[in-house]
Design a protein around this ligand. Structure first.
Ligand SMILES: [Zn+2]
Ligand SMILES: [Zn+2]
Length: 116
């Protein structure tokens, strides 16, 4: 199997446990405004840098950490949520429907507050 050089992957609405695992390792959470947290990191499928604003999310503390999403794990009682993330890169992907962004990859990021 050879890896195509820098051909962009065709648009495909797809998810894979690997996406969540990789994103949990590479994404960071930062404060971008008084009530705005932003997730940022590379798309695990197409590697485009992504910024995912989470305006509806409030933490008690700002030292939020991202922990790995494991579907088999029971959901902890509090201060943990699974945030759906969809790639919204601006780069070109073949076969992308008109008006869409991204490469089609989506995954869940489990986000927990470290002061829980
Ligand atoms: Zn992309
Ligand atoms: Zn992507």
């Amino acid at each position: 199997m050879t890896i195509a050089q820098h051909e962009p992957a065709p648009y495909a609405e797809t998810t894979d446990p690997v996406y969540a695992a990789r994103a949990a390792e590479t994404f960071t959470l930062r404060k971008a405004g008084p009530d705005l947290l932003v997730l940022s990191g590379p798309c695990p499928r197409c590697a485009a840098p992504l910024e995912v604003p989470l305006p509806h999310m409030v933490f008690r503390g700002l030292d939020g950490i991202l922990s790995l999403f494991r579907p088999s794990q029971p959901r902890p009682a509090s201060d943990v949520r699974d945030e759906p993330v969809v790639c919204a890169c601006e780069e070109h992907h073949p076969d992308r429907p008109e008006g869409r962004k991204g490469c089609g990859a989506y995954w869940m990021l489990r986000i927990s507050s470290s002061d829980a």
